[in-house]
Design a protein around this ligand. Structure first.
Ligand code: URA
Length: 191
């Protein structure tokens, strides 16, 4: 398997789907490549596309706050990636064929980082990694085994949903971030 750096370099000129035509920069992801916690979002927004880094806008600021306040982790201590690495025009939802084109990158990223816990943000990240079409509101609130290495997947809402939906969504997210911290500490065992 190639290294994370080799994959990032390959992705930087990727033409696997039409999102490549509208992007400013590929947002590969980053952070601690040996992190215990990997966070997976949906796809770059305007600021991420401009900077080439994930979660640098409003959603990112909320993500950083919840990571620190509920899991005791700074963003440099986790690895952050997205389902699609290029910005969908106008921040629309990524299309199934775009998600499929980018899926090998995400799966290789998860394998190479080898986190104990993957925190998925929102419908797209959760669905693609769990292979389901269920809704995040039904999937969150528990942990899942992921892959064959004892990785635990913790689904939660996307920070943008908390920014739109207010306090109640954020309260549930906080509980999920605590769940991720507990899973990192080895408890409770996933069902
Ligand atoms: N939303 C995401 O899902 N990912 C980002 O990188 C930024 C906003």
């Amino acid at each position: 398997m190639p290294s994370l750096a080799e994959l990032a370099s390959e992705a930087s000129t990727c033409r696997r789907c039409p999102l490549s035509l509208g992007r400013t920069r590929v947002v590969w992801g980053g952070g601690d490549a040996r992190a215990g916690l990997m966070v997976v979002g949906e796809g770059p927004g305007r600021e991420e596309d401009r900077e080439g880094r994930p979660f640098v806008g409003r959603s990112g600021r909320l993500l950083e706050r919840l990571l620190l306040e509920e899991a005791g982790l700074r963003r440099e201590q986790v690895y952050i990636a997205n389902v699609v690495k290029c910005r969908p025009p106008g921040n629309r939802d990524p299309l199934p064929e775009e998600i499929e084109a980018c899926r090998p990158y995400l799966e290789e990223q998860v394998s190479l980082v080898g986190p104990q816990v993957v925190l998925t943000l929102g419908n797209f990240a959760t669905r693609v990694l769990l292979g389901t079409s269920e809704r995040i509101s039904d999937l969150r609130g528990r942990t899942y085994r992921w892959g064959g290495e004892g990785t635990v997947l913790v689904p939660t809402f996307h920070p943008a949903a908390a920014l739109r939906g207010g306090g109640e969504v954020q309260t549930r997210m906080r509980a999920d971030f605590v769940r991720a911290k507990e899973a990192l500490a080895g408890a409770p065992a996933p069902r």
